[in-house]
Design a protein around this ligand. Structure first.
Ligand code: DP6
Length: 334
């Protein structure tokens, strides 16, 4: 009558980004995206499922980092979708904590919903397709945190449901490193959900971006396969730049990068003067995720330390620097 399970899932960072939905109810994207999981960070989530007696109402609760939150439509959609699959009534209680700074703006929802979907899947023996759908119902990018290594989220079409696919486990490229630069950010920027809606509704450049997407995805898969860093790096930087360009092309325009983000962009390009040794990518916020190789990492990190002031106080440009290898999919811990 009670099932309890604890799982962990990593956040992911997209090399080719998801931006724009085909359907908000089905949470399907306008373009494919492809990402890598960040090994040092995770969401740890305990699911307690209780069988509900006849006549009793099921009440779900969610607490994140010790705080109970009000369930929004996304949580309700995830829980309803599981209930529809089960033959008896259950209530769900989720307790989740993350080991990364909230300020890292690392789509904590991706790791969080991936963990919830995985825990529900394990508890009720759901199929991989059901787990992917649950994660996606929580947050689009969460579906990519359900699998190891280099993960593609396919947009799907009338014939085939949107799905995720892992091309390589993290062990395929052990020397690849991620450096996460948490940038000081005072302004609350517009959420991904709202930003995507605005871009899909108003940007003309978005059509161009969607047209280029299949070739870019293939370029990432091929360069990852052959561990061709400079091609992977250029595609990643171009896609990040293009994503922020369609944000600026939205009306009214959306700005996620600040002056520190731009300094990081310029720093990476000067670091790459002789040969391409690092790549940046920015999500819907000013923080940078840098890809580099093990052999260049120390030099890059010292350059960051000599170029920026780092710390918690308000006048610092960067709040923190985190180094990681690539991560794999979710796992059961208890
Ligand atoms: C810029 O997955 O957070 O990080 O599906 O509305 O929850 P919802 O959006 P979300 O968007 C992520 C956008 C992005 C790019 C990416 O991760 O692909």
């Amino acid at each position: 009558n009670e099932i309890r399970i604890t799982v962990e899932a990593h956040p992911n960072i997209a090399l080719i980004k998801y931006w724009g939905k085909k359907s908000e109810t089905e949470m399907t994207p306008l373009n494919d995206s492809i990402s890598l999981a960040i090994d040092i960070f995770h969401a740890k989530t305990t699911l307690t499922a209780r069988r509900v007696e006849e006549g009793e109402e099921s009440v779900d609760t969610v607490s994140i980092n010790g705080r109970e939150i009000t369930l929004n439509t996304r949580f309700n959609r995830v829980f309803k979708s599981v209930r529809d699959r089960l033959d008896s009534s259950w209530s769900f209680s989720i307790s989740s904590s993350t080991n990364f700074p909230v300020a890292a703006g690392l789509a904590s929802s991706a790791a969080g919903f991936a963990a919830i979907a995985f825990a529900l899947g394990k508890a009720f023996d759901l199929s991989q397709t059901d787990i992917e759908r649950l994660a996606r119902y929580g947050s689009g990018s969460a579906s990519r945190s359900g699998l190891p290594g280099l993960v593609q989220w396919k947009k799907g079409d009338e014939k085939e449901e949107s799905s995720v696919l892992s091309h390589f486990p993290s062990s395929h490229w052990p020397d690849l490193r991620l450096v996460i630069l948490v940038v000081k950010d005072e302004e609350k920027s517009i959420s991904s959900k709202e930003g995507m809606e605005r871009t899909a509704r108003t940007s003309e450049l978005l059509q161009d971006r969607i047209r280029r997407n299949p070739a870019r995805i293939q370029g990432i898969i091929d360069s990852f396969a052959s561990r061709d860093f400079s091609t992977l790096a250029e595609l990643t930087m171009r896609d990040s730049n293009e994503f922020h360009a369609v944000c600026l092309d939205s009306y009214p325009p959306i700005q996620y990068l600040n002056t520190t983000s731009w300094s990081i962009i310029n720093l990476v390009h000067s670091f790459n003067k002789e040969s391409v040794r690092a790549a940046y990518t920015f999500d819907a916020g000013p923080n940078a995720c840098i890809f580099t190789l093990k052999e260049y990492m120390d030099e890059f990190v010292s350059l960051v330390h000599s170029s920026f002031s780092i710390g918690d106080s308000i006048e610092k440009e960067l709040r923190s620097v985190h180094i990681s290898t690539l991560g794999d999919g979710p796992k059961v811990v208890e």
